[in-house]
Write a protein that binds this ligand. Sequence first.
Ligand code: BG6
Length: 484
Amino acid sequence: PETGCLSIVVLGASGDLAKKKTFPALYHLFLQGFLPSEEVHIFGYARTKISDDELRNRIRGYLITDKSASTEHLDNVTKFLELVKYVSGSYDSEEGFQLLDKEIAKHELSKNSVEGSSRRLFYLALPPSVYPSVCKMIRHNCMNKSDLGGWTRIVVEKPFGKDLESAEQLSSQIGQLFDEPQIYRIDHYLGKELVQNLLVLRFANRFFLPLWNRDNIDNVQIVFREDFGTEGRGGYFDEYGIIRDIIQNHLLQVLCLVAMEKPVSLKPEHIRDEKVKVLQSVLPIKDEEVVLGQYEAYRDDPTVPDHSNTPTFATVVLRIHNERWEGVPFILKAGKALNSRKAEIRVQFKDVPGDIFKCKKQGRNEFVIRLQPSEAMYMKLTVKQPGLEMLTVQSELDLSYRQRYQGVTIPEAYERLILDTIRGDQQHFVRRDELKAAWEIFTPLLHRIDDGEKKPLPYKPGSRGPEAADELLAKAGYVQTHGY
Ligand code: BG6
């Protein structure tokens, strides 16, 4: 691994993302020894004029949530916060970023006992509207200038635009300032343990190799459900809706990993090449294969306009036009304020031809990968019901992580992804052409929704969503298995 000073700059340090995700992830990396204090300094940057200590205290509140925290934990937090400094400035001011550069340089000089290069990581925990100006300021004022080498990288997070055109515009604005290997577009679903497991599962297991295709698989569902609404985020959410918030990025990324061909190697470019091919093979979405919903009470949120047409639920069938997947529906489903919180991939196999058991049909073979909560994989299969009669019953082979990997802590998605940015591994980040292809799939539908041509159906908070979604699922070929 590279050594040398590492300066991590969190822009938007007082915002929600920084406090809830970025700083806690940095703290966990620190605890595990990935951010050694002899090399690392963390800078918070934001407009608010506060002192170093004020920022530290705010972060402390997110790192120590438990009143009975151990002294060891308290000490660790204090040691971590010693690495944190604050610089205040606006997002388009040369002076602010010059000051930031000076602070970083000071830190680099003070750590001159460390041999090696200077590494500068800029994490934009900011709304995308300021990405272009912030990137410009970094480019003009804060780049690594060390003779000993090193790098400057930026980390950005969705929403990358609102449709194909705005996303392309944003990409080209950033692309004029930074090269693709310097840009890390986070989709935090790519940092989840079971999402990262998909390549291993598919390509390191003989079981799956011959079965993973249209001859054997009937349909695939990729599902995201949340049992809470958009309270507190109505302003943001109403502008984007569930397709831009979850489906176009998180679920589509998962689809790529489920559907892609085997990459030549694990090199990030090889993997991303295959993902792009899948996205480019998706056919235009058919109107009759979309169901939208909006939960009743969504518009009671004062930040949501009274006549909002924004979907908080959607089921969309995607069809991949290639040799492996022709005719297999990929059903992407996401919703807020539903009856449970769950994210899972459900691969349903075709019926066994020439059934000789003549028992009441119990359902098909399914392979389910539960991303959260409680990570698990299970295979639903038909077995003989124990006893004297020759009866069949559905059962499952179950790999539940909590039982199988007792005592193992599964790292948070952000922790893993930030470590990747430091190591320079782009495998789990979205490349520019992937992003473009993803927007190409959804932009026509999104425009129809924005123009009010396609309206969401109401559904009750705490329900399964609109009934029409279950009907669409059945039409796409999904057969509900009894007992699940
Ligand atoms: C975010 C969305 O990207 O993902 C949120 O903006 C959503 O609306 C969140 O709640 C879900 O993430 P996770 O990791 O809890 O599934």
